[in-house]
Design a protein around this ligand. Structure first.
Ligand code: GTP
Length: 356
């Protein structure tokens, strides 16, 4: 599993924790992935870490508690997605022709993991790439295939309409023949998407696409993050690791919710959090120990650990960092990010039509 990225698009949440360790539906993204891999029969997982590496080993330890054997390989300098795959080679126990499954650490998916390995075997492929179809592929790596499912090109983040030749995108999970991992250049940054895959095609390797239209979401942006969390809570996204029954809300231990507050849309109320009278929390994520004041309205937002939202404040499509204070009467709308421990003074940000 590749978990070493900096997660810049999710700042400021990723200042205090690496993206794969941020809690979605109560537990780290990686825990959902480990749970699904275990269900598919995977017994040993290596985490390719770099940014805040120790946070992973502190939480997952040997993996015993999570039903798998976990090993960690740390990059002193980030090696990129391809370099990270090469860097774990010494820790692999597989033979040269065995399959090695690689997961991006920020993807939620219902992928049939055993299915993609079987497709790789059936095709006697060098690499199988999980592909999903999206309506707007511009932010992704396009991967067209021929009638037999062979990958014909890699078009990373296409800009012009002529480049949009397919709606199939790289969904961030691969099966590699082990020997090909050993061939990735060592000890320099390599992008698997921009260098390794195009290089394999150029030299005639057999690279197949495995199109699966099951649930898929890249959790890289704040809006996707709240969407993924809500989908897990409501049972739309499959995971054996959600710590509670699926439904409109996941309320974690020691949280307090006033009887006339509304918590809906797959929201998560973190451990020890407090939601005051008349407040509304819709499709949002409250990390642990957050406090929501009376009548505040939180929608499609992430509220960091220990953050405070004052009475009557509106937070919609925004991210509030750990320990920040959004005092009463503020209105934070789409895309606003409040940094950790920052204070927004009472009534200083408003966007309503009554603004003077
Ligand atoms: P952004 O900065 O927001 O783009 O996020 P990111 O740093 O996570 O990059 P991206 O989403 O492209 O990364 C895809 C996956 O690869 C994520 O699971 C990252 O954790 C992982 N990843 C990216 N770069 C590295 C790296 O240099 N080393 C390792 N070990 N993993 C990486």
């Amino acid at each position: 599993m590749l978990v070493g990225g900096k997660g810049t698009r999710l700042r400021p949440l990723t200042i205090s924790a690496p993206k794969p360790m941020l809690p979605v539906a109560g537990v780290p993204v990686t825990e959902h992935q480990v749970g699904r891999a275990r269900e598919a029969g995977v017994t040993r997982i290596i985490l390719g870490t770099s940014y805040q590496a120790e946070v992973f080993s502190d939480y997952f330890g040997s993996g015993e508690e999570f039903g798998v054997e976990l090993d960690y390989v740390v990059e002193d300098v980030p090696l990129g997605t391809g370099g990270a795959i090469r860097n774990v080679a010494d820790a692999l126990e597989s033979g040269p022709d065995d399959p090695v499954i690689i997961f991006n650490g920020d993807v939620l998916t219902g992928l049939d993991i055993a299915g993609i390995v079987q497709a790789w075997r059936d095709a006697d492929a060098d690499v199988a790439i999980y592909l999903t179809r999206v309506q707007d592929p511009r932010a992704f790596g396009l991967v067209p295939t021929d009638a037999d499912g062979n990958v014909t090109a890699f078009l990373e983040k296409p800009q012009t309409p002529e480049e949009i030749v397919t709606d199939q995108i790289n969904a961030g999970c691969y099966v590699f023949r082990r020997s090909l991992i050993d061939e990735i250049p060592n000890e320099r940054p390599v992008s698997v998407e921009r260098e390794t895959f195009p290089g394999l095609l150029a030299r005639g390797a057999k690279v197949i696409g495995y199109v699966d239209d099951c649930y898929w979401l890249d959790l890289g942006t704040p809006l996707a993050f709240v969407q993924g969390s809500a989908d897990l809570v409501r049972g739309v996204a499959p995971s054996p690791a959600v710590p509670g029954p699926t439904g409109e809300a996941l309320v974690l231990a020691d949280a307090e919710i006033a009887s006339d507050a509304t918590v809906t849309g797959g929201s998560v109320v973190g451990r020890g959090s407090h939601i005051s009278s008349g407040a509304v929390l819709a499709s949002s994520v409250l990390f642990d120990e957050a406090v929501i004041g009376e009548g505040a309205h939180i929608e499609r937002s992430v509220i960091g650990r220990g953050a405070y939202i004052g009475a009557g404040a509106v937070v919609r499509g925004a991210v509030v960092g750990d320990g920040a204070r959004v005092e009463a009467g503020n209105e934070l709308l789409d895309g606003v990010r409040v940094f950790p421990n920052q204070t927004i003074a009472p009534g200083s940000i408003r966007f309503s039509s009554d603004q003077s």
